[in-house]
Design a protein around this ligand. Structure first.
Ligand code: AMP
Ligand code: MG
Length: 423
C-alpha cells in the first residue's frame, strides 16, 4: 500500500497559549483559536474501496468513467429508433432475432424499421435510442405491437447522464459514506486516497477512580468518562486507544503522557484540568511550557486544559462526566476533525419553541441536556454536572448564548441533536 508524501508539520508547542491578560474565554473565541492553530497531523494512504468507508478522503476525486458508461435501457421491453414510435395509433414492428441484455450486448446494428428485445441495463445497440415498456406491448415473437406515440428516448439512460467523465465526485476532507463508495465504484475507482486514521488516546485522572464494575472502597467512584469518551471516538471514526487511569501524581502522569506521545496523535484526558492542588493535567502542561488553562465561559465545562506534550495535542477535559461530554462534543470534535484531515465543521442546530422555563446568568454560554418532544425542547430536571443520568436521558443540547437571560415556554431556542455532533 503506497504511503502518501504528505508529512504534516508538527504542531507548534505554544499553539494553545492564550494571549496575556485573558481570563474568561468566550466559547466562540476558543473555537476560533483551535481552528486557527490546528492542522492535519496524519499522512495519507491509498485504500481499497472496500475498506474505505468512514475514512476521510485526502484528495479531491474525479470520475474516471462516465456513469452510466454507455446508453442503456432502464426497463425490460423493445428497442427501436425514435421516429418509429412517433405515430399515434397502433404501431407494429418486425422483431430482429436475438436480444440485448445487461452484460450481453447485441453486437450488430438494428436496421431501420426493426425492433429488438432489450432488457434492463442492456447497452443500447446502434439503431436503438427508444424503448417501449414490456407492459405496453403485445408480441408473438416475430413482431411487436404497441400504441403510439412513444416519446423519443423513453425508458433509456444516456451515457454520462448521471456523472460525466472528469466531473468532480468527492472532495477532500469528506468522511466517506456507503453511498460515496457506490459513486466511486460506479465512476471507475477501485481505491481511494484517504488519511490515515487519527489515533486518539483516552486517559482518566483521579485517585478516586476505579474500573467500572470493580468493588468500590469508601471515597471511590467508577470511572464513567473513559468508556464514554472511547465510544465517542469510535463513533467519530478514530482509532481510540484506552490508556487507562492515572493517579493524582505528577510524575506518574508525566510518564503516562510520555508513553501516550509515542502511541497516539492526540490525547483526551479527563479530570485535573483546573488550577487546584490536585489538578495535575493543567500543572504538567504548564510545566511543559505549552499549556493554557482556558477558563471557558461555558456551563457545563469551564476549565479546559489545552496543551502540547512532545508534539501531541492534549485536550484536558473537566472531570465531571457531563462537562467532559459537553467539552468533548463542543471542542474536541471539531479540533480532532481538523487534526484528522476532515476540516472544521460546526454542528447544525434548529430553532424550536422552548418547553421549559429558565433564568440564566448573562455572559456565559450554556448547554442544557435536552430532547425534542412534540416539537418542543424539553430539558433535564437538574443541571448538576455530575448527573450522568441526564446525559443518558438527553438526545441533544439546548444551546443558550451569552446574552440569554430568561427563557419562557414557547420562546425560540436553539436545539442541537447529538447527531449533529456525529453521535
Ligand atoms: P476534577 O476535574 O478532577 O476536579 O473532577 C471533578 C469531578 O468529576 C470530581 O467529582 C471527580 O470525582 C469527578 N470525576 C473525575 N473524573 C471522573 C471520571 N473519569 N468518571 C467519573 N467522575 C469523574
Ligand atoms: Mg480530579
Amino acid at each position: 500500500m503506497a504511503r502518501g508524501e504528505l508529512a504534516p508539520p508538527p504542531l507548534r508547542n505554544d499553539c494553545f497559549a492564550l494571549p496575556p491578560g485573558v481570563s474568561w474565554t468566550p466559547v466562540d473565541a476558543a473555537l476560533e483559536r483551535l481552528q486557527e492553530r490546528l492542522a492535519p497531523v496524519v499522512s495519507f494512504e491509498e485504500l481499497p474501496l472496500f475498506r474505505a468507508a468512514g475514512r476521510v478522503l485526502a484528495r479531491d476525486v474525479m470520475a474516471l468513467r462516465p456513469n452510466p458508461p454507455e446508453a442503456n435501457s432502464a426497463v425490460d421491453g423493445y428497442g427501436f429508433a425514435a421516429d418509429l414510435g412517433g405515430a399515434s395509433g397502433e404501431v407494429t414492428l418486425p422483431l430482429l432475432a436475438g436480444r440485448a441484455a445487461a452484460g450481453a450486448p447485441f453486437r450488430h446494428v438494428v436496421p431501420e424499421g426493426y425492433a429488438l428485445r432489450v432488457l434492463t441495463g442492456a447497452a443500447l445497440p446502434e439503431g436503438v435510442d427508444t424503448v417501449v415498456l414490456d407492459e405496453d406491448t403485445a408480441s408473438d415473437g416475430a413482431t411487436v405491437a404497441f400504441r403510439g406515440p412513444v416519446k423519443p428516448r423513453s425508458n433509456t439512460r444516456r451515457a454520462g447522464e448521471d456523472v460525466a467523465r472528469g466531473a468532480s465526485i468527492l472532495t477532500a476532507g469528506r468522511r466517506l459514506t456507503p453511498a460515496d463508495l457506490a459513486l466511486a465504484a460506479a465512476t471507475g475507482h477501485g481505491t481511494l486516497p484517504v488519511f490515515r486514521q487519527l489515533r486518539v488516546g483516552v486517559l482518566s485522572t483521579g485517585d478516586e477512580l476505579t474500573e467500572p464494575g470493580a468493588a468500590v472502597a469508601p471515597g471511590q467512584i467508577a470511572d464513567a468518562n473513559r468508556p464514554m469518551l472511547l465510544s465517542i471516538l469510535h463513533r467519530w471514526g478514530y482509532e481510540a486507544v484506552d490508556l487507562g487511569r492515572a493517579p493524582d501524581d505528577r510524575n506518574a502522569l508525566a510518564a503516562l503522557f510520555d508513553r501516550a506521545a509515542d502511541r497516539v496523535d492526540a490525547l483526551l484526558t479527563s479530570g485535573g484540568a483546573s488550577a487546584g492542588d490536585e489538578d495535575h493535567v493543567s500543572a504538567l502542561l504548564t510545566q511543559a511550557g505549552s499549556q493554557a488553562t482556558w477558563r471557558i465561559a461555558l456551563k457545563p465545562g469551564r476549565p479546559l486544559a489545552l496543551g502540547v506534550w512532545s508534539g501531541m495535542p492534549v485536550f484536558g477535559l473537566p472531570g465531571n462526566p457531563v462537562a467532559a461530554f459537553t467539552c468533548a462534543l463542543v471542542f474536541a470534535r471539531p479540533a480532532l476533525a481538523l487534526l484528522g484531515g476532515a476540516g472544521w465543521t460546526a454542528p447544525d442546530g434548529m430553532t424550536v419553541p422552548a418547553g421549559f422555563e429558565k433564568r440564566k446568568k448573562a455572559g456565559r454560554r450554556e448547554f442544557l441536556r435536552a430532547r425534542l418532544r412534540e416539537g418542543r425542547a424539553e430539558v433535564f430536571h437538574s443541571e448538576g454536572s455530575g448527573r450522568v443520568s441526564g446525559l443518558s436521558w438527553a438526545e441533544g443540547f439546548v444551546e443558550l448564548d451569552e446574552e440569554a437571560r430568561e427563557i419562557q415556554p414557547g420562546d425560540p431556542v436553539r436545539y442541537i441533536p447529538f447527531s449533529a455532533f456525529d453521535l
